[in-house]
Design a protein around this ligand. Sequence first.
Ligand code: IPE
Ligand code: IPE
Ligand code: MG
Length: 243
Amino acid sequence: MSVIKKIDKENLPLHIAITMDGNGRWAKEKGKFRIFGHQSGVKAVKDTVEGAAEVGIKFLTLYAFSTENWNRPEKEVNALMSLLVSTINKETKTLMDNDIKLQSIGNIEKLPSKCREELEQAIEETKNNSRMTLILALSYSSRWEIMNAIKQIVKNEISENEITEELFSQYLTTKGVPNPELLIRTSGELRISNFLLWQIAYSELYFTDKHWPEFRREDLFESILDYQKRERRFGKTTEQIKQ
Ligand code: IPE
Ligand code: IPE
Ligand code: MG
């Protein structure tokens, strides 16, 4: 039986987040430049996005560029930005064909203007699509997001007794998006790297040794199957969950 058929459609994560890691190492292992790894990662993005829509995932967040990634060599940053521009430009049609809405989280003011324009245009063009929402985390870091939320709350003079988890969530860039039930990271690194710290409080974590350029929809399906085998207790006991 194919992997997708084994998935229980009644128990799908509503939101999956992925840290797409390992492009550079994948390329190095092949004797190529790191940027070749990033270029090859585009195919993995396309296949994963289509696979997620196919299986019925409603929200998919991809960690594409972190605040800390600005500290990489200028040549690599520039190459990543150009790749972003050309990919968004080329793939807007794929998003339209698959009825996928594009959104972004992160400090996009920091992106080169060409990049921001291309992104904003794709977001505008796809805004009425409704099968799935694809969220690109660009120039994103969770501490940046949380600091921003705090600053806004202070600026709005919100009083202490008004501050609840719900209110705080409304000040995050993920406002209106459910917390991810599943967080995937490729390339064998077992860390969070400043991604969605507030939102992943109860997410199931899934790590694979595969580097991002070799990740495909079947790998996504495998991660969902693994997720479906888990018992999510949220602090309660097994007996309480089974009741
Ligand atoms: C992920 O791959 C892409 C970005 C962070 C932009 P890396 O570039 O981090 O690849 P490794 O982890 O160095 O192999
Ligand atoms: C995390 O990967 C960020 C993205 C995938 C965009 P990194 O490769 O930047 O993370 P570290 O440096 O290994 O923690
Ligand atoms: Mg990395």
